[in-house]
Design a protein around this ligand. Structure first.
Ligand code: FES
Length: 163
């Protein structure tokens, strides 16, 4: 009777070597296929070609900020949207109808990136591509929750947002 010798150099059998090699290849493939799992809020991975929202600066006084919406504002037209940097806090504002605005906390619910993209009428997170509609509802993940809506009021061309 002939016994098959499977011992390779280093003490592994051919079968063990193949199992380890296949396992390593599988892990490498997963790393390529799931880039969003290892992403960082400070290292955007998917937003290089993403149309960016116009950025508007505002100052929070008390617990609110105001914006004048006139012909020079990027929020003047119905259908427009902007990222408001309100004393360093990101707030998304959309002009959804005549005299109607929707304000949302602009921090992505996935890994806390600032949602700064706007494509096809939806907000898009530049880090891993989560999409939200202008009401803050998640359209596609990995974001696990909707964006928080902020109270706002519009009168005499001035939008007031509570933060
Ligand atoms: S931080 Fe990951 S999708 Fe926004």
């Amino acid at each position: 009777m002939v016994k098959r010798l499977e011992v390779e150099s280093g003490g592994q059998t051919r079968r063990q070597f193949c199992q380890h090699a296949c396992h390593a290849a599988s892990l490498a493939a997963l790393g390529v296929m799931l880039p969003g799992c290892g992403g960082s809020p400070t290292a955007p991975s998917g937003g290089a070609n993403l149309p960016a929202l116009p950025v508007v600066n505002a100052t929070i006084t008390g617990n609110a900020f105001t914006l004048t919406v006139d012909a020079s504002s990027p929020l003047n037209a119905v259908g427009s949207a902007a990222l408001v940097e309100a004393s360093g806090r990101p707030v998304l504002v959309a002009h959804t109808a005549q005299d109607t605005f929707v304000a949302l906390a602009g921090t992505c619910t996935h890994a806390q990136c600032t949602v700064s993209g706007f494509s096809g009428g939806d907000y898009v997170c530049p880090c891993h591509g989560s999409r939200y509609n202008t009401a803050g509802v998640v359209l596609s993940g990995p974001a696990p929750r909707n964006l928080t809506q902020l109270a706002s009021a519009f009168a005499n061309g001035v939008l007031t947002v509570s933060v």
